[in-house]
Design a protein around this ligand. Sequence first.
Ligand code: 5GP
Ligand code: ZN
Length: 113
Amino acid sequence: MDCLFCKIISGEIPSKKVYEDEQVYAFYDIAPMAPVHVLIVPKVHIASVNEVTSENSAVIAHIYEVAAKLAKELGIAENGYRVITNCGADAGQTVFHLHFHLLGGKKLRVEMC
Ligand code: 5GP
Ligand code: ZN
């Protein structure tokens, strides 16, 4: 499958790994929008939130567990952070493999849209 994040997960395309287990892979965003900007992705290919079903949604709960763990390890848990998923064109999704942006390390803009 011609998917950038599948290639990053498999190691075909290099990345700066932050965390990995049997279900998820986390790595630093190549164009960080905050002092801490990590992408957390399921290893299974899910194109977007539109493709989430009762069959594959368990990994998303696990991703939030990983987000909480990484936020503590990266030192942003206390001051706060944002976990964002863009879905589709209007939200600006550019990579069609579900991913969660973990953003922190500064006071983030309040605007959500
Ligand atoms: P989206 O816009 O789809 O929500 O987020 C895609 C993110 O992937 C962007 O923040 C972008 O900087 C990041 N990205 C795109 N290509 C690469 C890459 O090759 N390596 C890494 N580490 N991040 C990437
Ligand atoms: Zn993929």
